[in-house]
Design a protein around this ligand. Structure first.
Ligand SMILES: [Ca+2]
Length: 340
């Protein structure tokens, strides 16, 4: 009985604290009377209601996304956004909120809170096409903690939302661009591997590229990094790279790319890694402590055949149509849509 009572007290306390968010006036849109679902991860998906049914009337749902400290922001890629639209999203809305200065919870008026409200209708087919043509996320936030709130009014309900969030990486340091032709294998790795240990406080990045339409396969030959909890000291991070301004632009980015390996460390040789697209980004980072440097890693990459069914589906649906009207890229298109 005592346990049940204690549980009730905790629940009531939680409700009161959250209800204060409305009273203290930091932001009415962060009012979360049903509590907040906490998600701690570098990548994940949130959907509501998350099936083919429509959301209900007078709903309030809240989430808090927290990405590991090593990252520096959060990107949002929509898969579905189907929310009743009224002026200033005053009927139904999806709200993102974060503090862009020091940490204060959303009901604390000391925080410098920023809000971004969304409503309107973007279907999944349109969003697939848009992501194919523009690799950047739909939303970008310079925070490691992001609050998400969905609310609906008393009439007209749609399909809701479904998005992937991904932690932003710093990709500003020195980079190498390595481009392998169809039958070529290129080696890469930490500097002076086998001759001396990697330096402390050292960072290096590689963009690995194979012909358009192929996947990329990375094989590790040697791997010896400092072992630390969650690989927070020295690590290798690997993501899909993308063109942020469409498939035929030159700029290659990876800040919000999908993870192929979140963080690798220690001395176990990682498994072979295979990408979905034809461009991959690899980052190596060592800790500041010069007493804990190791040999580093040595790896190679080459082109593999495209067997990604989803990619083929994109190709069939959009790429060929796009190519028909852009004769100057037809050679690329042919290679892209070819099975091998
Ligand atoms: Ca509504």
């Amino acid at each position: 009985m005592a346990l049940i009572l204690r549980h009730q007290v905790i629940l009531i306390t939680a409700f009161c604290v959250l209800a204060l968010s409305l009273e203290k006036g930091a932001s009415q849109s962060l009012y979360c009377p049903n509590g907040i679902t906490n998600i701690k991860a570098a990548i994940g998906q949130i959907a509501h209601p998350g099936s083919s049914i429509n959301y209900g009337v007078n709903e309030t749902k809240c989430w808090k996304i927290q990405v590991p400290d090593v990252y520096e922001g959060i990107g949002i890629y929509y898969h579905v956004l189907d929310i009743e639209q009224c002026g200033d999203c005053g009927c139904d809305s999806l709200t993102f909120a974060f503090n862009d200065s020091s940490y204060h919870p959303p009901w604390d008026s000391r925080g410098n809170w920023k809000e971004d409200k969304e409503c309107g209708r973007l279907t999944s087919g349109y969003l697939e096409f848009a992501h194919m043509m523009d690799g950047d996320p739909n939303k970008r936030f310079s925070t490691k903690e992001l609050y998400v709130r969905f609310s609906s009014d008393d009439s007209v309900n749609y399909k809701g939302f479904n998005f992937t969030f991904v932690a932003k990486t710093d990709s500003s340091k020195s980079k190498s661009y390595l481009n392998a032709s169809k039958d070529e294998t290129i080696e890469f790795g930490t500097r002076k591997f086998g001759i001396m240990n990697y330096p402390a406080d050292y960072e290096e990045q590689w963009y690995l590229i194979v012909p358009v339409g192929r996947q990329l396969q990375i094989t590790f030959d040697a791997f010896e990094l400092e072992q630390s909890e969650n690989c927070k000291n020295a690590y290798v991070e690997i993501r899909e790279a993308y063109h942020d301004d469409g498939p035929f632009q030159n700029d290659i980015e990876a800040e919000y790319g999908a993870f192929l390996a979140e963080h690798l460390c220690g001395s176990n040789l990682p498994n072979q890694i295979r990408s979905a697209g034809n461009m991959v980004w690899v980052k190596f980072r060592s800790a500041k402590n010069s007493a804990t440097t190791y040999k580093g890693f040595k790896a190679s990459f080459k082109a593999a055949c495209q067997d990604n069914i989803k990619y083929q589906k994109y190709c069939k649906r959009y790429w060929k149509k796009y190519c028909r009207f852009h004769s100057w890229v037809q050679a690329n298109c042919k290679e892209t849509c070819k099975r091998c």
